[in-house]
Design a protein around this ligand. Structure first.
Ligand code: MLT
Length: 302
């Protein structure tokens, strides 16, 4: 019987995929495989029995990759499995940044006892006027599974889309609408776009990529969306740019002590992949990867 330790928030529809040769165990020390979503494994002591870790999600920054490589533990992720879920929330972010939906909802709540709310609202609504995204320029930084989905959806909404990715694969390029303008220069994205959305992993070359130098190049009133990782943005530099009005809005899926206090910022508590569908897809892919490795030695998405 193969033993698998499941750390947190893995959809039961994923673990239902295990055959009768598998058993879920609470004892991490006896497990051959670990399934994990967002919990950090950086402090974990790995036992000799551990052969594989599957991260039910795209990012692997919660896993100590160097230590795993040293121990011969294979690490899988589930690229694309939650791409639609994240894309849909990014689109919501685009609309939240462009129309004052949050302000309008708050106003209605505050005025719920006003018997003439219909009439009062007609006067109040001027304050919540927004703009349309059709015809605006969107820069997609990173054209992996999620970035490609966002780019194609934005094209369908009538946006002019620029895609930045120095490492784009031929397959990913084929998935993209021909209307996406490719660039290998982040400067082009900064200089041209009205909206910039980040879809790259948190690695040494991307951490802090949105810093003062990048922000200074951007158009006045740019909107930045971050549904990838908070460390991609130097939040001190961004806070200054938000204060000065250089950046009109920041929409981030990462709540941290700094982001929740920044002006003109909409903070969501990492909900991009939190849909039933994305959770099921990620868990199923993670379980399949672990079983395929333990039984057949096959390695995909490692
Ligand atoms: C990801 O890396 O795909 C997300 O962090 C997934 C999640 O929310 O668990």
């Amino acid at each position: 019987m193969r033993k698998i330790h499941c750390i947190n928030a893995i959809s039961k529809y994923g673990t239902d995929q295990f055959t009768e040769d598998y058993e879920l165990t609470d004892e991490v020390n006896e497990a051959e495989g670990i399934l994990v979503r967002s919990a950090s494994l950086h402090e974990m002591q790995f036992s000799n029995s551990l052969l594989a870790i599957a991260r039910a999600g795209a990012g692997v920054n919660n896993i100590p990759l160097d230590a795993c490589a040293q121990e011969g533990i294979v690490v899988f992720n589930t690229p694309g499995a939650n791409a639609n879920g994240v894309k849909e929330l990014v689109l919501a972010g685009l609309f939240l940044a462009s129309r004052d939906i949050v302000g309008g909802i708050e106003w209605c709540k505050e005025n719920k006892d006003d018997a003439n709310i219909g009439k009062t609202a007609e006067k109040a609504k001027k304050a919540f006027a927004g703009c349309e995204i059709k015809g605006k320029k969107l820069g997609v930084v990173g054209l992996g599974a999620i970035g490609a989905e966002v780019a194609n959806a934005a094209i369908a909404l009538g946006m002019e889309v620029y895609g930045y990715d120095p490492y784009i694969s031929v397959n990913a390029a084929w998935r993209l609408s021909r209307d996406v303008k490719h660039t290998t220069s982040l400067d082009t994205i900064c200089q041209e776009c009205d909206y910039i959305t980040l879809h790259v992993p948190a690695v040494d070359s991307t951490k802090g990529m949105i810093n003062k130098a990048a922000l200074d190049q951007m158009k006045d009133g740019v909107v930045i969306l971050n549904f990838a990782r908070d460390v991609l943005v130097n939040e001190d530099d961004l806070a200054e740019a938000l204060k000065s009005g250089k950046v009109k809005q920041y929409v981030t899926d990462f709540a941290n002590p700094k982001s929740v206090t920044m002006e003109h910022t909409i903070v969501i508590p990492h909900l991009g992949a939190s849909t039933e569908e994305s959770e099921d897809n990620c868990a199923k892919m993670a379980v399949q990867e672990i079983m395929d490795y333990l039984e057949n030695g096959n390695i995909r998405n490692s």
